[in-house]
Design a protein around this ligand. Structure first.
Ligand code: SF4
Length: 246
């Protein structure tokens, strides 16, 4: 196994090997500083890198995913593959059943298409509230956002105070390019969502995600019927970050 590990590592460029080492060191440092860390696993391509680093080297970092109930079948299959590969279970967090019943009774099962408010209500109940429950009591959470992904994410800091959720946010992949992520996935032969091979660079809930066309931004397939300014689910607030002192 160690020989396989060395062979795979040799497939990484020197620059990416340094980035991977820095990623591991950053997470280890955050774990030492905060004592407890929780990773919100999106099951996207970046999540394959972070899951590999965390479950291979830093298993004390807790990992959860939100099952909104509207994920693609390919995402559930990926979850199973991940769990088989690492012999670990991702903790799945679900929307509150009563809140979901009330939402669907009010707006219908696909009511999120009707207005931005309806869509944000759905994201709040299926994603934001379960997220808040999962991170409650932790001093810091880990996210896989990268600067390239959007203008808002370009403003992120590696460690910043998350004013919306009241804990620190650690973003160790900020400087990684999309090519870095895929080089790491291929070198380590990690599982990934096959939708990525069908022009889905960003994958969320099935009814709210579609393939992007050539020339479109990587998040153009998320809530494609909305104006681009509104396309976040509420987990990454649109406020200027508060950087920590060096
Ligand atoms: S992405 Fe769509 S289905 Fe998923 S929580 Fe948001 S509005 Fe609801």
């Amino acid at each position: 196994m160690a020989i396989v590990g060395r062979t795979m590592a040799a497939l990484l460029s020197v620059e990416l090997k340094q980035k991977a080492d820095a990623l591991r060191a950053e997470l280890a440092g955050a774990l030492r500083e905060y004592g407890r860390l929780i990773y919100s696993n999106s099951l996207g391509a970046e999540a394959m890198v972070l899951t590999d680093v965390i479950w291979s080297h830093l298993p004390a970092i807790e990992v959860f995913s939100i099952d909104t109930g509207r994920l693609h079948e390919e995402t559930y299959e990926l979850l199973e593959k991940l769990q088989r590969r690492y012999q670990r279970r991702v903790r799945l967090v679900y929307p509150d059943a009563q809140a979901l019943e009330t939402l669907v009774a009010a707006q219908g099962v696909n009511g999120f298409y009707n207005s931005l408010d309806a869509r944000l209500d759905c994201c709040r109940i299926r994603k934001v509230e379960p997220f808040k429950r999962a991170i409650a009591g932790f001093p810091a959470w880990v996210t896989g956002v990268r600067r390239e992904q959007s203008a808002d994410r370009a403003l992120g800091q590696h460690r910043e105070w998350d004013t919306q959720h009241g804990l620190y946010k650690v973003s160790p992949l900020l400087e990684w390019s999309e090519a870095d992520v895929w080089q790491y996935i291929r070198a380590h032969r990690l599982p990934y969502n096959p939708l990525h091979d069908r022009q889905f660079p960003s994958i969320g809930c099935s009814p709210c995600t579609r393939a992007v066309q050539p020339g479109e931004s990587r998040r153009a397939g998320r809530w494609w019927w909305e104006q681009s300014e509104s396309r976040e689910c509420g987990l990454h607030p649109r406020v200027l970050p508060v950087a920590l002192p060096a």
